[in-house]
Design a protein around this ligand. Structure first.
Ligand code: SAM
Ligand code: SF4
Ligand code: F3S
Length: 441
């Protein structure tokens, strides 16, 4: 009875990593993964709270899941960031049976087992962040993670965030900054490389703050040590905060060609006044200084960003400053959002003057500008030579291979299974949609 489970994951890579831990823990406790949530007797929802829409989507999935075929009641678990915020209410109202926070992912198997064995008593369980044990299991989860790209692993280097950007819920649901010990991280990356992993992404809410809590080495040194691991072809890092992005990072990148030339540097807004109210702790000038340092040091790179429009009090002129910044910086890619008020964050108390439609209108104007720039930048790659890691046979044709270039653009080229897991030099020939096409040199 109640043996099969299914995990549905919302939100960012942090949650995907936690879902791997949940899967591992449930399998260890004797549960079996089902192919769909319809088939499963235990349905787990690893939720996101970053915008209201993300939370609503997860809650509506939870509400429609309680009963399976023939009206049989399922066990419903709300986990992750939204669980930390509203999980208790969801359990009390009977919409879920168990609520757990992000830091209980490695113990979920035992929790569900206990719930079944002790006669189905609804419960909410939240623990604060821990620690050593979590890191051990995290590594185990990563090794067993099922990623679309078999040559890549995400490596979490920090948990939590203490930056308290005024719009952001993450510090409240994920807790304070915890850096995992650098020696363990490097050893783990060496083990991954020895197993044939070619590419990793160092992961944290602000990787540039690595070590500030624990007195460990600074981020640029961790990056340098990672780049020196034998066999690693590509190292990415996510997310960088402009307030901590040092010139040392740029220097380490220049010294190590195996560090990805795809840089993600969230700007959020092009207006100093809005940035100040967002508590981002940098200005357009200091952001542009970083861009100039990158321009001076790296001959070729791609840059992406996150942008929020319609922050409370954002005037039309301030929004235009964001458009101007986008025109000037010319991002290869941008993740763009309409501001979503999150209860419990400082900006939630600020009065919003814009209607939902006005925010969406600004968002659409920004998206259409960025689309043009993205396409122009992709087209500028035509006739260039790029090295790409061949990841998998293309979904569209068995004679095509898909992968990513060192600037992190998706690329497709004619090839065969023998190319997989190798670095292939390509000449870029055309752009279709947001994908580059190339031919082997
Ligand atoms: N730690 C990263 C950073 O500082 O850039 C990413 C944090 S968040 C998971 C990803 C993005 O969601 C943010 O960069 C921001 O653009 C967006 N975001 C966060 N809170 C938001 C909110 N309340 N409304 C709209 N977008 C939001
Ligand atoms: Fe949120 Fe800011 Fe932390 Fe990013 S740095 S997770 S936006 S508080
Ligand atoms: Fe990620 Fe959403 Fe939590 S973006 S950290 S899953 S609030």
């Amino acid at each position: 009875m109640h043996r099969t489970f299914f995990i549905e994951t919302f939100g960012c890579q942090m949650n995907k990593g936690d879902s791997d831990l949940m899967r591992l823990s449930l399998e260890k406790a004797g549960f079996i993964e089902a192919n769909t949530s319809e088939e499963a007797e235990i349905c787990l929802f690893n939720t996101c709270s970053v915008r209201q829409h993300a939370e609503d989507r997860a809650v509506s999935r939870i509400e429609s899941t309680k009963y399976g075929k023939g009206g049989r009641k399922k066990i419903v678990v709300i986990a992750g960031c939204a669980a930390q915020r509203i999980g208790d209410d969801i359990v009390k109202s009977g919409r879920a049976d168990i609520a757990v926070g992000p830091y209980q992912s490695p113990m979920i198997g035992e929790i569900v087992k206990d719930y079944i064995e002790n006669g189905f008593k609804c419960r909410s369980l939240f623990v604060s962040q821990n620690t050593e044990d979590f890191q051990e299991r995290l590594n185990e989860g990563l090794i067993n993670s099922r990623e679309e790209n078999p040559w890549h692993k995400w490596v979490t280097i920090t948990h939590g965030c203490e930056n308290f950007c005024t719009y952001c819920i993450v510090p409240y649901v994920r807790g304070k900054l915890i850096s995992f010990p650098s020696e363990r991280i490097i050893q783990f990356i060496k083990d991954l490389a020895a197993q044939g992993i070619m590419e990793i992404t160092l992961l944290g809410q602000n990787v540039n703050q690595y070590g500030q809590d624990s007195g460990d080495i600074p981020f640029y040194k961790l990056l340098e040590k990672t780049a020196q691991v034998e066999g690693l072809e590509k190292i990415n890092f996510l997310t960088s905060h402009p307030m901590d992005f040092s010139t040392e990072i740029v220097r380490v990148m220049a010294d190590h060609p195996n560090i990805s030339r795809g840089i993600h540097l969230p700007l959020q807004s092009g207006s100093d006044s809005v940035l100040k109210r967002m508590n981002r702790k940098y200005t357009m000038k200091s952001y542009m200084d970083i861009i100039e340092a990158i321009n001076r040091t790296l001959p070729d790179y791609a840059i992406s960003t996150d942008l929020i429009v319609g922050f409370p009090g954002e005037t039309e002129d301030q929004f235009n400053e964001t458009l101007d910044a986008v025109k000037k910086i010319r991002y290869d890619e941008a993740f763009m959002y309409a501001y979503s008020p999150r209860k419990g964050t400082p900006s939630f108390k600020l009065e919003e003057k814009l209607s939902r439609n006005e925010k969406i209108d600004r968002l659409n104007r920004l998206i259409s500008l960025q689309r043009e720039i993205s396409l122009e930048k992709l087209k500028s790659r035509i006739d260039k030579t790029e090295n790409a890691i061949a990841e998998r046979i293309s979904k569209k044709s068995s004679e095509e291979i898909s992968g990513k270039t060192s600037l992190n653009h998706p690329v497709v080229f004619r090839g065969d299974a023998g190319d997989l897991g190798r670095v292939i030099p390509l000449r870029i020939t055309e752009v279709r949609g947001s994908t580059l096409f190339g031919e082997k040199i």
